[in-house]
Design a protein. Structure first.
Length: 209
């Protein structure tokens, strides 16, 4: 069964509190999301394999460590997942980026796919799927299924805020995918929004309504 990792570093929690505040504007919201994504990236990449390399410092030769293979991919779920890409790229600039487009039907609250563009060697990479909100879990499950259909076997899901309903759905349908969160909130309301949450992440990132 997949593991759920809650990354509760004090700086992440502080920045998340500012993001939750309804008075926080889009510019600050975007910057904070980028900063939190970078901080979360340290945890999500903690077990990336290393290999020994011989280098020469200004003083002497030595055996040092570097990331082995460097084959990572960041796959945001459009559109809100885009807000987490820049922070991860600041940490992992060699990663390739793909995109999966899903929107939520306002009546059924279920995800509807409309776009998928992935690196050609996606099946040979560690894939980090990004989406700020893990609400019903529908979008995440559909995105993960699309990746698996294309041969991906090493996938991690990175979200900002989740709720038990969404977490359990992902774990039930994709028990091989670990979930990384900054916070687990209480529940979903009648409109399938996270409570207390932070509103519609896409609208707050891009200044739409």
């Amino acid at each position: 069964m997949s593991q759920v990792h809650v990354i509760d570093h004090p700086m992440i929690q502080h920045k998340l509190t500012i993001m939750r505040n309804k008075e926080t504007g889009s510019k600050d919201f975007r910057e904070l999301l980028k900063e939190i994504s970078l901080l979360m990236g340290y945890e999500i990449t903690r077990d990336i394999p290393l290999e020994d390399v011989e280098i020469e410092t200004p003083i002497c030769r030595m055996t040092a460590k570097e990331v082995r293979g460097r084959k990572l991919a960041i796959i945001p779920i459009l559109r809100a997942g885009l807000g987490m890409v820049e922070g991860l790229l600041n940490l992992i600039p060699v990663a390739k980026v793909g995109h999966i487009g899903l929107y939520r039907d306002e009546t059924t609250h279920k995800p509807v796919p409309y776009f998928c563009k992935l690196p050609g060697d996606i099946d040979d990479r560690l894939v980090i799927v990004t989406d700020p909100m893990l609400a019903t879990g529908g979008s995440a499950c559909d995105a993960l299924a699309m990746l698996k259909e294309r041969g991906c076997t090493n996938i991690r899901l990175m979200c900002l805020v989740g709720v038990p309903e969404g977490i359990e759905k992902v774990r039930a349908e994709h028990p091989d995918v670990d979930i990384y969160l900054a916070a687990i909130d209480d529940h979903l309301n009648e409109n399938a929004y996270i409570v207390p949450g932070l509103g519609d992440a896409g609208d707050r990132i891009f200044g739409t309504k």
